[in-house]
Each structure stands twice: as structure tokens, then as C-alpha cells.
Design a protein. Structure first.
Lengths: 443, 156
């Protein structure tokens, strides 16, 4: 599928570039390492990409077979509101992930891993740019009173702690987070983009294929370093342990599940979006497929671990050992079940949706005592993260919910207050990111 | 090019042909190990990432009962060896010995060639070692013919 490229009007293009200078200062490094790590690849382009050849007809929902909407005004009002929320949330995730990656990018121990994450960040910047293109290239006034410049300003003003989704409000503790985030959180992004490829709103549907192509690399930028780390751990590398990887998985898995929206089995979350033609799976359906995929990912990592730990075994014998360890949950041939990576129960350490502020353990065991539950959850999380405001907020909120001092609804709405909050451009003479060409605040 | 083509035997059960993802590295490594006897995960990690970042819609795998039973890796490039026109380069493929004869190799190749066409390529090129007679026969059966090019080499 070919694609057409577009640049934002200067006001918005400049706003994104200005944002980049503050929030993504490593961006120029990408051009310097490009030929070394991405030989033959065309240069990176900060632009919107629109896929050609996408069908003009709606693919799912009540209006299947009818022409896709090309402006928000042509959409069902409810669909238009949901769509606007999707675009804003997507934009928030794109810019938010860059802010998270930035903090630990320079802690990478391998130049290739670092270059891969750097490219991921640049492509997330392009995806954010794509969302701003969607918000500023058509008239949204039938859907919202907010002006395009204000919508963009709001998005660019978000920082870690004020983003739409919890997964983008967690600080990275080490480069392990950069990689595990790419493997777990970007994978949810792949699901969202894939589902939205069928969107009844044509400009959104045509934005998805180029983003998905880039997202495929983002997942690899997470999985391949993890594979190598699993092998290094098996060989006794003191700097990489399966325990550290396991704890990082426990940190991110719950936040990844929450990105799908309300996933309670009886809630039928996302059904309206399917009916309105905005995506082709309900929240739980997509999440089930996601869980199967990350289960396979961990299986592959474990197999790599077993092969490296027991290089004397044949492929079939190593696979049999791996299966035996999973089945018996014991130890055999020098490897213990606890050495292997595994997913927590879906309800473990949840803030929203299925299991939110309930007392579930890593393996799905139920706790009656709140302090024992908190101690158990904390023991499964990375040490640096355990001491964070985020975990403290979760623990305090759980205590208040269990003591009936706080309703579950209010607990779910509650967000930890990070030291950093959103705001305008930090340049001394600017008050906004979006500034019109004459230098006055954007209209 | 890797070995194993999948010609001759009657079809067993239909494999699903789909785009390659990063989670197929293990499956491809397994097929390569079955064919060559070598366990080379790092090699396939680098190769798979290369194709995924270049054009993730190009490389294909065949999946049956949740297992990868075949793969084909390639991409459209132009300018190599003075050949300016966009060329679909078929570079690696392999079919699990257990899946040979089921048409997996043919369907994988056809899927890749269809992608090359959609990318504007009018020709597909590949190279085969003389000793790989089975691959040579497979490619000829797929419509490939000797090219007016000579492969040259020099020991260093």
C-alpha cells in the first residue's frame, strides 16, 4: 500500500519541533547513528503519512457498507465524540512515551539497543504529529467547542503524571523499562492501531497502516533485547537476571491491560465503538488476543533461557524440559520453574477494570488482609519502582477502599500526584507551545 | 538462500500465510535448526528485525496449528548491481521438513511475489547455490528462469 506525506501548517509544525527541543533533546542523535544502525533505510521524516488505497466503505458496525465519513460532521454525534477521545488519547500516548523513554535512554548498555529505542522515540513523535494532523486538518467544531490550537496545546502540555492513560504516567526506573515497555505497552498500541484501521472515519483509518508498519519495529526493539538478556541471564551474567525482567513485566502488565478500557468480563466494554464502526473488537476480545500474544512472547524468552542454560540438550529435549517445568512448577536439570518468566494474574496490581483495587496475588490467589496483599504485590515489583509515589498511591488507595473510606469509583478516578505536572513551554518568553507566526499566543 | 522448499508431496492441512512478526523468530530459528542442524537465534534476530523495519508487510510465514512451518524473507530494492528498476529480492526461505510437500513453499513465494507487485516491482530476482538442486527445481517450477547475470566471487 503506497502512502502520501503531509506536513502540518507552520504554526503546529513549529509547536511540535519546539516540544521536541525540550522533551526529546536526543532527537538529533538519531541522524548521527542512522547509517550505522539502519543502513539502507530512508531518512526519518517528521510528517503525517496517509495510506492510499483504503476502502471508501465502512467495514464494521451498524453502517457496514456505507461510505466512510471524511469529516467529523458526517459522523454520528456519539461516534464523533468517541473518535475525538481516541485521537486525543492516542496523541497523549505518543508524546507521553517519549517523555518516559528520555529519562533512561542513556542508561542503555548496548549501542544498538539504544539506537533502536531512539528510533522508536522518533517514530512516536511522528505518530503524535499524525494525531495533531488529524485534529488540525478538518473542522471539529460540530464535536467540540475547543479550538484546534487549544487541543494541540493541551496535548503538548501533558507530562509524565498528567497523561490520559496510567501506563504513560509511570517513570522508567532503568533501561530495562525502555525495553519491557516496548514489548508490553507498544504491543497494546499495535492492537489499538489494528482495531482502528477499520475506523468509519476515513482520515483515521488511512493514518493507521503507516503507523502500524513502524509499530512492528517497536515491538522488535523490545523483544529482541529481552531475548538476548534472557540468554545472558542463563549464562550467569551478573548484570542481567530473570528476576529483574520478571519484576519489570509485573510492573507493566497491569497497566497494559488497562489500556484496553473496561475489561470486566460482564461489562462488554467497547461494544459501542464496534457498533459505531470505530473498531472491530470489544475491549475484552482484544485483550484476550493480547494476553495470548504476550504469553507466547514469554514462552519464547523462556525457551531461549533454557537453551542457553542447558546447551548440552538437543532442541527437542530442551523443549521437553521447558514443558515439564511449566507443568510441574518444580525444578529439573538445574532449572527451577521460578527462574522462568510468567505473566501475573490479570487482576494483579490493577487500578481500573477487572480486579481494580481488589486483593489478588500474582498467581491469582486471593488475600483477605490488606497489608499482606500490599506486601505480596510489593515483593513482585522492581525495587526502585516499589519506592515510587505511584506504588504508594496504589497501596494507600487500596487501604482506603478496603476500609470503605473511598468508593471504588473514586479510587479508579484517583491519580497519583507526581512532582512533575503538565504546563506550557518552559522557554522564558513563551507562554504556549502553539504560537502563531507573528509570535503571539495561538488563537 | 536457506534450504527446504516444500514441493512434491500431496497437501496435508492448509497452513495460514500471514505477515512475519517479531514473535516468529523462534519458529524460524527452529526450522533453520531442523534443516541445517545449527541453532542460530542471534542470526535470525538480526535478519528478522532488518526485514520488519524495512517493510514489515513483505516477509511472510506459514502457520499451521499455531506453529510456524515456513517462512520467506525479501524486499523490494533498486539500484543493486546497476539494476535500477525496483526489484523484488527473494532472499531467505525455509519450510519445516514436516510440512514439505504441502504446497507451503509455493504459497509463501506467491504471497511474497504478490507483495512485490503491489510495491511496483516488475521483476523478482534471487540466487541459488549450485549444490541446492532442490531449491533450484522449486524456483524453476515457480516460474523463475536463469537471469542474464553472472555471479562472481574471489577468495580473500
Amino acid at each position: 500500500m503506497s502512502e502520501t506525506r503531509a506536513e502540518l501548517p507552520k504554526t503546529y509544525h513549529d509547536a511540535v519541533v519546539h516540544w521536541q527541543t525540550h522533551e526529546f533533546p536526543d532527537y538529533p542523535m538519531l541522524a548521527r547513528v542512522w547509517d550505522r544502525f539502519f543502513p539502507r533505510d530512508g531518512p526519518f521524516c517528521l510528517c503525517a503519512k496517509v495510506a492510499d488505497g483504503v476502502s471508501d466503505l465502512i467495514e464494521v458496525g451498524d453502517l457496514v457498507g456505507r461510505p466512510r465519513a471524511t469529516t467529523p460532521a458526517e459522523l454520528d454525534p456519539k461516534a464523533a465524540h468517541i473518535l475525538l477521545g481516541q485521537i486525543r488519547a492516542q496523541a497523549s500516548t505518543e508524546f507521553g512515551s517519549i517523555q518516559q523513554h528520555t529519562g533512561t535512554l542513556h542508561r542503555a548498555s548496548d549501542p544498538q539497543d539504544q539506537a533502536w529505542v531512539l528510533r522508536v522515540m522518533a517514530e512516536e513523535l511522528r505518530h503524535g504529529y499524525q494525531m495533531i494532523h488529524l485534529l488540525t486538518s478538518v473542522d471539529w467544531s460540530p464535536v467540540t467547542d475547543q479550538k484546534p490550537a487549544d487541543m494541540v496545546e493541551e496535548i503538548l502540555s501533558m507530562t509524565t503524571g498528567s497523561h490520559v492513560l496510567a501506563a504513560f504516567n509511570l517513570e522508567f526506573d532503568s533501561f530495562t523499562d525502555n525495553v519491557v515497555f516496548a514489548a508490553f505497552i507498544d504491543r497494546v498500541g499495535k492492537y489499538q492501531l489494528t482495531m482502528q484501521k477499520v475506523s468509519t472515519y476515513r482520515p483515521y483509518a488511512t493514518s493507521m497502516p503507516p503507523m502500524l508498519k513502524e509499530e512492528a519495529f517497536h515491538l522488535a526493539a523490545g523483544v529482541v533485547p529481552l531475548r538476548r538478556w534472557a540468554e545472558a541471564a542463563a549464562r550467569g551474567d551478573a548484570l542481567v537476571t530473570m528476576d529483574a525482567l520478571q519484576k519489570a513485566c509485573a510492573k507493566w502488565f497491569g497497566r497494559a491491560l488497562e489500556m484496553f478500557g473496561d475489561d470486566r468480563p460482564d461489562a462488554n466494554g467497547g461494544a459501542d465503538s464496534v457498533r459505531l464502526g470505530l473498531k472491530d473488537m470489544t475491549n475484552r476480545q482484544a485483550q484476550d488476543a493480547y494476553v495470548a500474544e504476550v504469553t507466547q512472547m514469554l514462552d519464547d524468552l523462556n525457551e531461549r533461557y533454557v537453551r542457553a542454560k542447558r546447551p548440552d540438550l538437543s532442541r527437542d529435549d530442551a523443549a521437553a524440559l521447558h514443558e515439564r517445568l511449566k507443568r510441574d512448577r518444580g525444578a529439573a536439570d538445574g532449572i527451577a520453574y521460578d527462574d522462568l518468566l510468567r505473566l501475573p494474574d490479570r487482576r494483579f496490581f490493577r487500578r481500573r477494570g477487572d480486579g481494580a483495587f481488589e486483593m489478588w496475588g500474582f498467581d491469582g490467589e486471593r488475600f483477605d488482609d490488606v497489608e499482606r496483599c500490599i506486601a505480596h504485590v510489593a515483593s513482585r515489583l522492581p525495587e526502585a519502582y516499589r519506592a515510587s509515589v505511584d506504588v504508594r498511591h496504589w497501596a494507600e488507595t487500596l487501604r482506603r477502599v478496603r476500609a470503605k473510606e473511598l468508593s471504588l469509583k473514586d479510587a479508579i478516578k484517583s491519580q497519583p500526584r507526581l512532582a512533575r505536572v503538565g504546563g506550557p513551554c518552559p522557554c522564558s518568553r513563551s507562554v504556549r507551545w502553539v504560537v502563531d507566526e507573528a509570535g503571539a499566543p495561538g488563537a | 538462500m536457506d534450504r527446504g522448499t516444500g514441493a512434491r508431496r500431496p497437501a496435508v492441512s492448509e497452513a495460514r500465510i500471514r505477515d512475519l512478526t517479531e514473535l516468529d523468530i523462534d519458529g524460524i530459528t527452529r526450522i533453520d535448526e531442523r534443516i541445517t542442524g545449527k541453532y542460530r537465534p542471534q542470526v535470525w534476530e538480526q535478519r528478522v528485525v532488518y526485514y520488519i523495519r524495512r517493510d514489515p508487510d513483505a516477509p511472510k510465514v506459514a502457520e499451521r496449528d499455531g506453529k510456524v512451518v515456513g517462512f520467506v524473507l525479501g524486499e523490494v530494492r533498486g539500484g543493486e548491481f546497476g539494476l535500477d528498476e525496483p526489484t523484488g529480492w527473494l532472499e531467505f526461505f525455509g519450510v519445516d521438513p514436516s510440512a514439505r510437500g504441502s504446497g507451503v513453499g509455493r504459497r509463501l513465494t506467491e504471497a511474497l511475489l504478490a507483495h512485490f507487485r503491489s510495491r511496483g516491482a516488475k521483476i523478482t530476482r534471487t540466487m541459488v547455490a549450485e549444490r541446492d538442486r532442490e531449491i533450484d527445481a522449486f524456483l524453476r517450477a515457480m516460474g523463475f528462469t536463469p537471469a542474464p547475470l553472472t555471479a562472481l566471487e574471489r577468495a580473500l
